[in-house]
Write a protein that binds this ligand. Structure first.
Ligand code: SF4
Length: 375
């Protein structure tokens, strides 16, 4: 596996982004902050799904004032305020307890391609306030937000233009003496998204927040995100991720954890490997796999579980997993840690697998301490 890229560490509330810290999962609430009931319920669902960094849009001063209240029901999970165009909102959000501000220095400061414009004083004020309060800043560049002079220079929002835009914003912040910067570069064009992120990652040590912007509805949007984010993660790049789906945010969070797990970058629960079944199958594999998934829903310990239908690949895969089952006619063989444990009947498979999974989870927890364990 490609080694994770080394980045500087940037604090975000009680988490540290970058370095050797886990790749954190974040999501953006859709409810308006003024609608207290709605935002509270939505954040509850995001947290229940495991969201580790919560971002909210701050549209006006009323939203900025509501941030203090929102923080009360986050239970310590860091809060990011997403701000555009108005540096006063950024100052207010910092004052109200935001742990990180997501902004585009050019658009909040009114800078248009040159730091020597009148907006630099506005950016300096934001940078100074953030530094005083220990608040980090995410510079967020999207294909739709590239400045006019860069569009003219590159012809359109190419990967080079996105990288130049992000680099320029970081440089402006650093010229204000501010270093706690996380960067995101997003494009709806997959090729460009990947190229821009990898290109930027080679140039500096800023932690990167990775996503595919406006991915769409959960079905296709999750696949598109898995392709785009996964490709970047496999290159060792990415320090936080977000899956941008149209719909419930808990789906985004679950999809993000699944992408991290599938990319082999972070697992907080078991991975189940199951074969697709074919004409050789002699058991109801789908029923067994679904029953195992239901039975171990609460297990928050990473491990590899293999459930295969027959003797073709079953024994090899099961022996390579932490817990495995190789199916056969009316029954199967249970493996643990590469060793054959026993033969079980088809009706007992799910329960017997659960027994081994829970016993292994308890062993791992006692070795590494209680709670979720990152691989
Ligand atoms: Fe078919 Fe066996 Fe492969 Fe499953 S493991 S797909 S049953 S050959």
């Amino acid at each position: 596996m490609v080694a994770r890229r080394k980045t500087r560490e940037v604090r975000c509330g009680n988490l540290v982004i970058g370095g050797e810290n886990p790749i954190w999962v974040q999501s953006l609430a859709t409810s308006k902050l003024a609608d207290t009931e709605a935002i509270r319920g939505e954040i509850r669902r995001m947290l229940d799904a495991g969201c580790e960094i919560v971002r909210v849009a701050v549209f006006d001063s009323r939203d900025a004032q509501a941030l203090g209240e929102v923080k009360k029901y986050l239970g310590g999970v860091p809060l990011v305020a997403d701000i555009h165009f108005n540096h006063k909102l950024a100052l207010e959000a910092i004052e109200r307890g935001a742990d990180k501000i997501r902004l585009n220095p050019g658009n909040v400061a009114g800078l248009r391609g040159s730091f020597e414009a009148e907006g630099r004083e506005r950016l300096r004020q934001v940078a100074e306030a953030a530094r005083r309060k220990g608040v980090s800043i995410r510079v967020g560049v999207n294909s739709g937000s590239v400045e006019k002079d860069l569009l003219e220079k590159h012809g359109w929002a190419t990967a080079e233009a996105l990288v130049e835009s992000a680099s320029r914003h970081c440089e402006w912040l650093e010229r204000c003496g501010f270093r706690d910067i996380v960067v995101s570069i997003k494009s709806t064009d997959m090729e460009q998204n990947v190229e821009a992120n990898l290109r930027f990652a080679r140039l500096n040590d800023f932690p990167l927040h990775v996503g595919v912007t406006e991915a769409g509805l959960p079905g296709y949007g999750t696949i598109k995100s898995a392709v785009g984010i996964g490709r970047i993660l496999l290159e060792g790049v990415g320090d936080t991720i977000r899956v941008s789906l149209t719909g419930d945010k808990d789906l985004e969070v679950r999809a993000a954890f699944d992408i991290l797990k599938a990319a082999g970058r972070r697992a907080v629960d078991p991975e189940i490997v199951a074969c697709p079944a074919c004409g050789r199958i002699a058991i109801d594999l789908e029923k067994v796999v679904n029953e195992v998934v239901e039975r171990i829903r609460d297990v928050r310990v990473p491990m590899r579980i293999s459930i295969l239908g027959c003797a073709v690949n079953g024994p090899g895969e099961a022996a390579g997993a932490d817990v495995g089952l190789a199916g056969g006619r009316g029954g199967g063989i249970i493996f643990r840690g590469g060793k054959i444990l026993r033969r079980v009947e088809e009706s007992e498979m799910a329960a017997e697998l659960e027994k081994e999974i829970r016993s292994l989870a308890a062993e791992i927890e006692s070795r590494r301490g209680k709670g979720a364990v990152d691989r």
